[in-house]
Design a protein around this ligand. Structure first.
Ligand code: MN
Length: 410
């Protein structure tokens, strides 16, 4: 089977860290999404531990069911003896190729979808409280979508041994597309919108990015991870041949290769052969380094995040702390003061929040402002001076932000 894939894992606009992990392993035609939960760094450790154990298990020739079982053991083992990691767990939804079929191995509330002939069908059942209530007929699917406890997972890796792994064999044909995603996508974006995006964007990498953009445009309340796998050909002599992820275009790809021009004849004559040989080695090395530094800088300079400048919330261009001499610069100053923020938001901003596009940063600032406005409104409505309109106004600095939410980037 010949496959192509695209993938992205994004922190979202609210969380401070990304507890999702994804795997794209072209050598083993193995793809997975894991969504970790746990205090401290537990969620991140759980999802990464599970993904690594899954990869090792499949690489060792185990079935997807056995590899997920060993991932469960690995998460339990990792938590043992580390009080910070006690109680951590993770979901796991993985795809492997088995002859003319693909197998989906699944535990938790991440999901696999199949797009066939332009129609999206959900493959996996959620192991969540609300979905169990729906299956029992005690909740309607519409009630489940907005249920306050829709995040409660009833089955996950890292909790118990043995874990019950669901395996779904799928007959696929050329042109089918499989989407693995964490609940950051499905709690923010309706299935008909997932279907529309997946149907309209042919490139798997761009489709994955557009799905994450949709989740972030809807609020980005959770980490969102998406792996899109396209079936290019089912009958190929080689049992599993995979085209690995196509990374987004980078400057290194756009730049022309180093010109193969011989040094000027004068230089050639006057320089000893040893020096010329050294230069021939050195020049390409410098070029590679220059492209690498340029690429990192390009990445650093097109990223934005929200942080503090003094006691003022600002939007920085760059990455927190800077990389390779590319230091962040203040791109926009907001009217929000550090003192206006809740302790949680303060911590978030102090750590560099909403890392991503300028649109991400604008949306995050708008949310901060909305939170402050809401607090102010609550406070003013509880004051009991009906005619004293001047005192019931929110403080001016809290009403005017210089930044406004803009349309989604790209
Ligand atoms: Mn999640």
């Amino acid at each position: 089977m010949r496959l192509a894939s695209g993938s992205i894992s994004h922190t979202g606009l609210v969380r401070g860290n990304n507890e999702d992990a994804i795997l794209v392993d072209g050598d083993h035609a193995l793809f997975a999404v894991a969504d970790g939960v746990g205090g401290h760094r537990g969620g991140e450790v759980a999802s990464r531990t599970a993904i690594e154990a899954l990869r090792a298990g499949v690489a060792a020739g185990r079935s997807v069911q056995d590899a997920i079982t060993s991932a469960n053991e690995a998460v339990i083992e990792r938590a043992r003896g580390d009080v910070d990691l006690t109680g951590m767990g993770t979901t796991m939804t993985a795809l492997v190729v088995a002859g003319r079929q693909v197998l989906i191995g699944h535990v938790g509330d991440s999901r696999a979808y199949l797009l066939h002939d332009g129609t999206l069908r959900r493959v996996t059942d959620d192991h969540s409280l609300v979905e169990e209530l729906v299956r029992e007929g005690r909740l309607t699917p519409e009630q489940a979508e907005s249920h306050p406890q829709r995040n409660i997972v009833t089955r996950a890796l890292g909790l118990d041994e043995p874990v019950q792994v669901d395996v779904y064999p799928l007959d696929v044909v050329q042109g089918d597309r499989i989407i693995l995603c964490s609940d950051g996508l499905t709690t923010m974006v309706r299935e008909r919108d997932i279907e529309r995006i997946a149907r309209n964007e042919a490139d798997p990498q761009r489709a994955a990015e557009q799905l994450v953009d949709a989740a972030n445009s809807a609020g980005g309340e959770d980490n969102t991870s998406v792996v899109v796998i396209d079936v290019l050909e089912v009958d190929v002599a080689d049992a599993t041949e995979t085209i690995p992820v196509v990374p987004p275009p980078s400057p290194a790809r756009i730049m022309a290769p180093a010109p193969d021009v011989p040094p000027p004849s004068a230089a050639r004559d006057s320089w000893p052969k040893r020096v010329r040989n050294a230069l021939l080695l050195f020049v390409p090395l410098v070029l590679v380094l220059a492209i690498a530094v340029g690429g990192v800088g390009w990445y650093a300079r097109r990223s934005y995040y929200v942080g503090f400048a003094g006691n003022r919330v600002v939007i920085y261009k760059g990455v927190p702390g800077g990389v390779l001499g590319w230091n962040p610069t203040v791109d926009e100053t907001t009217k929000i003061a550090a003192a206006d923020l809740t302790p949680i938001d303060h911590d978030r901003v102090a750590g560099g929040a909403a890392r991503g596009s300028l649109g991400d940063a604008h949306r995050f600032v708008a949310r901060l402002q909305a939170g402050i406005d809401a607090t102010t409104t609550t406070t003013t409505t509880t004051t009991t001076r009906p005619r004293a309109t001047t005192t019931t106004r929110p403080r001016p600095r809290q009403r005017t932000a210089t930044t406004r939410p803009t349309a989604a980037p790209r």
